[in-house]
Each structure stands twice: as C-alpha cells, then as structure tokens.
Write a protein of this length. Structure first.
Length: 88
C-alpha cells in the first residue's frame, strides 16, 4: 500500500522515537477497528453486566468478611519497636 507524500514527509522529519510512537498508534487504531467489529469494546457492556462480572469474580469477597483484623496499641508499639531496631 503506497504511503501518501505528506505522510512520508512527516515520517521523514520525525525522530526514531516519534516514528515508533506513530507505529504504535497505527497498531492501536487497527486493533480498535477489529474490536468494534466483534463487539468487544467496554462501552458496549452494560453496567448490570459489568457488576455481574465483578460479583462472580469474587475479587471483593474480602469486604464481606464479618471479623476484622483488630490490633491493640501494645501490638502496634511492639511491631514498630521491632521495626525500629531492625532499621538501626
């Protein structure tokens, strides 16, 4: 596929890092087009479907634990004291 004269001039005036960025962006544009074709973009997932996915993943199950980790002031001081001794 021939490159337009304007695009060719722009690419010639870019530093190698800039050309690499253009290549990455072009790959992104093509990938995005393919995703739209198969309807996988997140904009097409409803809030309800997204919530269901999160709930089924179990990623936030730890928030539902009935017992908390409770630390006494003494335990915290002991922990900090041992950390301070190790730092010296």
């Amino acid at each position: 596929m021939p490159v337009s004269k304007k695009l060719s001039q722009l690419l010639d005036n870019m530093a190698p890092q800039e050309r690499a960025e253009v290549e990455i962006f072009a790959a992104f544009v093509i990938a995005r087009r393919e995703l739209k074709t198969i309807s996988v973009l997140t904009d097409e997932i409803s809030t309800q479907e997204l919530m269901q996915l999160v709930m089924e993943s179990g990623s936030f199950d730890w928030l539902d634990v009935s017992c908390e980790d409770v630390y006494s002031v003494r335990m915290v001081r002991q922990s900090n004291g041992s950390a301070n001794r190790k730092a010296r």
